[in-house]
Design a protein. Structure first.
Length: 324
């Protein structure tokens, strides 16, 4: 990334102070994120993967839930942009002594945070928090609701393989109901012109989504995986979220595997060049067989790698110095 490559992008389309979900992103903003991610990929290809755009800024990661990919890639992204990074978890902070969410955020801001990257188990926690802080808030996952940077890195990965999302058939399989990844992907992919087919047992499709097509024509729900996969361009399996599941939503893992696991035979129903995605972490041999996960059609590792560049792009657009 040099002065010329960044300064030629029209960042005036960017309107966000916080990133809470992608449902309120314009197409132009999503396109800007994709272009900025390309510039960040160029930075990451250099021997020294560091630019000064966030020098003097402090990024705090505040995670009330476990994470490997999101927390780790935000830390690497912020450090690549020369920010100072402070990592906090609920277990290791005064949250464990009963400090409230708003008091915690005000305390973090008083310490000097410019950007707060937060994951919280309650859907909507970030919307509650945002009016109380001046720092930029980035939603790194809230309950079942949203995971906007995951959707953006998924879109980026799809575009790198398929050129564009417009006109693609993307099949999202598994535990749709509990998946913030699915919910953000529905907004992001349909906004960019893809058709999204949600596939899972009735009990794991979000309430209302079974009839989604009636009022949201680019979204379909299908309980039969063999029908759903036909002519798919992209197959995205989701993690079975055992920790969020109330008893009774599935008879058992064996039934889920029998009905919804992606294996070689089922993948053959998709287009020959279909790619296989998963946001991770994967329950190997539950959502998909090991040979599919580690096979030539899988882009799961690329998704993780692209997460660093997408998060660099988001940090840059929210808080970066525009003159490099
Ligand atoms: N995809 C995702 O959010 O993974 P982590 O829980 O490891 O951050």
């Amino acid at each position: 990334m040099n002065n010329e490559s960044m300064n030629t992008k029209d960042t005036s389309v960017w309107k966000h102070h916080h990133v809470l979900d992608v449902d309120d992103f314009s197409v132009a903003e999503i396109e800007l994120v994709m272009q900025t991610t390309d510039a960040m990929k160029e930075v990451l290809s250099r021997p020294i993967k560091k630019v000064p755009t966030l020098r003097g800024k402090t990024v705090v990661t505040l995670f009330y839930e476990a994470s490997t990919r999101t927390r780790g890639s935000f830390e690497v992204a912020a450090k690549n942009l020369s920010a100072d990074v402070v990592n906090m978890t609920a277990q290791s902070s005064s949250i464990s002594k009963g400090e409230s969410l708003i008091d915690t955020l005000n305390t973090i801001e008083a310490i000097g945070a410019d950007v707060i990257v937060m994951r919280h188990p309650l859907s909507g926690a970030h919307y509650c928090a945002a009016p109380h802080v001046k720092a930029n808030i980035i939603n790194a996952g809230d309950g079942w609701h949203a995971h906007p940077t995951q959707a953006l890195l998924d879109l980026y990965t799809i575009i790198k393989h398929k050129d564009k999302a417009d006109g693609l058939k993307v099949v999202i399989v598994g535990d749709i109901k509990h998946s913030r990844v699915a919910h953000s992907n529905i907004w992001c992919l349909t906004k960019m012109g893809a058709k999204v087919v949600l596939c899972g047992p009735h009990t794991l499709l979000s309430t209302g989504l079974e009839d989604a097509g009636e009022y949201f024509p680019q979204v379909e729900a299908e309980t039969n995986i063999e029908y759903a996969l036909k002519d798919a361009d992209v197959v995205m399996e989701l993690r079975l979220q055992k920790e969020r599941m109330q008893s009774g939503l599935l008879p058992g893992l064996r039934e889920f595997i029998g009905g919804y696991q992606l294996n070689r035979e089922r993948l053959a129903l998709a287009k020959p060049d279909a790619i296989v995605m998963h946001p991770g972490p994967v329950n190997e041999d539950i959502e998909m067989t090991a040979d599919v996960l580690h096979g030539g059609r899988s882009v799961v590792g690329e998704q993780v790698a692209n997460g660093v560049a997408v998060r660099m792009a988001i940090l840059y657009l929210l808080a970066g110095s525009k003159e490099l």
